[in-house]
Design a protein around this ligand. Structure first.
Ligand code: GLP
Length: 238
């Protein structure tokens, strides 16, 4: 089942997404969270940090599994998702380092999926969406039964990401990502999108029949998805 909520702006969208996560953690302090990177969840993370600083939220027993990471740049590269998570969440809250997980080419993707399963499965997976409809780094064409694995990035994703790197030849061509099947195993999924550049992807994902050409459309097959949009990202929905 998919529930949609449209918010007037990014701030209220982020606040609502954070409240959903905070409720989950208060209900079950041992929550397993699937985390996303990209600009979209930064407001959500900022709100979690704020609540933690005010003494209203502890994440000391939460376990996290990140969706994806680039292949071919070191973990301490300023654009790595390890560094992103440190900067936007981990450095400011009390999630113990041993409870934070990333997919890693040192291990097989299967090991990552097994680790998630053995830890009890993801309670909530947070997702953004790429302008081409990707989730994690599952690019158009990714099979709906795919598991965590190394993937080639789409040319459009490489172009979208180029602005974050000094030279275009520095932009990673590959990533390791949770598979679509891995994501769909989460008990609940929240997908956030803001800005007009996401409107077409959102409409293709939720208004057309599910298709591997639009990876996020796989979410139509899941039993508990909440799509949080700002008015611009909802602009192409009828
Ligand atoms: C990257 C990430 C995705 C993210 C997407 C959108 O490709 N792998 O998980 O959803 O970017 O990023 P943004 O939120 O910056 O638009």
């Amino acid at each position: 089942m998919i529930k949609y909520t449209v918010f007037p702006d990014y701030f209220s969208l982020s606040k609502a997404a954070a409240e959903r996560i905070i409720r989950q953690i208060k209900h079950n302090p041992l929550t397993l969270l699937g985390l996303a990177t990209g600009s979209t969840p930064i407001g959500l993370y900022a709100r979690l940090i704020d609540q933690h600083r005010r003494g209203k939220l502890s994440l000391s027993r939460v376990t996290t599994f990140n969706l994806d990471e680039y292949v071919g740049i070191p973990k301490d590269h300023p654009q790595s998702y390890h560094v992103f998570m440190q900067k936007h969440l981990f450095d400011h809250v009390d999630i113990p380092p041993a409870r934070r997980h990333f997919p890693d080419t040192d291990k097989s993707g299967t090991q990552y999926d097994l680790q998630i399963m053995r830890s009890g499965g993801l309670d909530v997976q947070i997702l953004g969406i790429g302008a081409n409809g990707h989730i994690g780094f599952n690019e158009p064409g990714a099979a709906f039964d795919s598991k965590t694995r190394v993937v080639e990035l789409a040319e459009s994703t490489i172009r979208d990401n180029a602005r974050f790197f000094d030279h275009s030849d520095e932009v990673p061509r590959q990533a390791i990502t949770m598979g679509i099947a891995t994501i769909l195993q989460a008990r609940h999924i929240i997908l956030m999108a803001n800005g007009a550049n996401k409107a077409a992807a959102v409409a293709a994902a939720f208004q057309e029949r599910p298709s591997v050409n639009v990876p996020a459309s796989c979410l139509q097959t899941h039993h508990s998805v909440h799509v949080l949009l700002d008015t611009a990202a909802a602009g192409d929905l009828s």
